[in-house]
Design a protein around this ligand. Structure first.
Ligand SMILES: [Zn+2]
Length: 381
């Protein structure tokens, strides 16, 4: 694929309806739901479609319309990407009023909601009418992991575009051609990231990220008893906290300074009480963002461990399917020999349960401790 679609590797079939709609008015729909697992490129697909709709050449990828739409700076493309657990109802209310206005300069008014699954039902209902009868030049692009993650009333009014997990080789080829990564490393990282393009790139470019992932995988064999599990849980949660801090600290300070400037209070003086609530609101948002980042890091660690036990199951079944963690083969064979398929399934269940608990706001340390206890080898009977 070319132009704005170049980065959507392995999604040629899935994105065909979007590409058709961007060039033929008869193929156009006013509400789309783009689904796909994390890393499949949902938001990338939404931005590419927005660019193709604005571009006079159907998405050349070079013109001003394309570049601004892709970066999220186009005046007629609104991108909502929440870092909070849910999208606030006020946010959606203002989107609905934006949706009612005609595009200022572009051909379409495009509204992208990157996490449409993070809306509670009341918020979804607010969106419903706007999606049902949008003004003639308005297009809604909702993104979610799967169609089931969005309330049925919304889903039934959208045309669904389902992205797939691309083949690791396709992801590796992209890392080689675009980022200049060594082909062997690119393929190893594409497997390890389970074809998540962003994570594969980070692993390929950052040896520290690879080392952290190896550390997480080593937990599977390092934990022998309760003491190990408790210590390792504290370590893992600390790593997630540090990561969240590093990722958010600088941005938090920038945002705060910018807000103070906007409020005309950047001279270090005391803030008038009337303005304090705005700063407080920002601080609360930042705290929520850090919490979510920390949870995402932990979730990624669990997904990595699940991929390891998936490999253990592959060896135990003897199916010859390629391993996700081929560079850890020795490790994996050791675990496969240590237990039975039943043990592996038990561990996979425990990992899945931990993901649910973390998503449900259980204290991370407790959830991770319980998970690591489940990684201990079963006593030999
Ligand atoms: Zn263009």
């Amino acid at each position: 694929m070319t132009g704005v679609w170049t980065e959507l590797v392995g999604q040629e079939d899935a994105t065909a309806p979007l590409r058709a709609a961007s060039v033929h008015a008869s193929a156009m729909t006013h509400a789309w739901l783009i689904t796909g697992p994390p890393g499949s490129g949902r938001s990338q697909a939404a931005r590419a479609f927005a660019a193709a709709l604005q571009c006079p050449n159907g998405g050349c990828g070079q013109c001003r319309e394309c570049t601004t739409a892709l970066s999220g700076a186009h005046a007629d493309v609104t991108v909502v990407a929440t870092e909070k657990v849910t999208i606030a109802i006020d946010e959606v209310r203002s989107l609905v009023s934006v949706a009612q206005t005609a595009p200022s300069q572009g051909r379409w008014r495009v509204i992208i909601v990157e996490d449409a699954d993070r809306m509670v039902e009341r918020t979804s209902n607010l969106l419903l009418k706007s999606i049902e009868e949008p003004p003639p030049r308005t297009v809604w692009l909702l993104c979610a992991p799967s169609a089931d993650d969005v309330v049925v009333t919304i889903r039934s009014r959208c045309r669904v575009v389902g992205l797939r997990v691309p083949d690791p080789q396709v992801v590796a080829d992209l890392l080689v051609s675009r980022d200049g990564i060594d082909p062997d490393l690119a393929l190893e990282c594409a497997h390890a990231a389970q074809s998540h393009i962003g994570i594969a790139r980070r692993l390929a470019r950052d040896p520290g990220a690879r080392a952290r992932r190896d550390q997480v995988l080593a937990l599977a064999t390092d934990i022998r008893g309760v003491g190990d599990a408790v210590l390792a849980a504290a370590d893992l949660v600390k790593v997630a906290e540090d990561d969240a801090k590093a990722a958010t600290e600088e941005r938090d300070a920038d945002e705060r300074n910018q807000l103070l400037r906007t409020l005309g209070a950047d001279d270090g003086g005391r803030l008038p009480p009337a303005l304090r609530s705005q700063v407080k609101q920002l601080e609360e948002d930042q705290k929520r963002r850090a919490t979510r980042h920390k949870r995402d890091v932990l979730d990624r660690a669990i997904v990595d461990l699940m991929s390891l036990y998936r490999d253990v199951a592959v060896v135990q079944v003897g199916s010859g399917v390629p391993l996700v963690n081929a560079s850890h083969r020795g490790h994996i064979e050791q675990l496969a020999a240590r237990g039975t398929m039943q043990d592996t399934v038990r561990v996979l269940d425990a990992l899945a349960l931990t993901r649910e608990r973390l998503a449900g706001n259980v204290a991370p340390l407790l959830a991770v401790e319980a998970m690591l206890l489940a990684l201990r080898p079963m006593p030999v009977e």
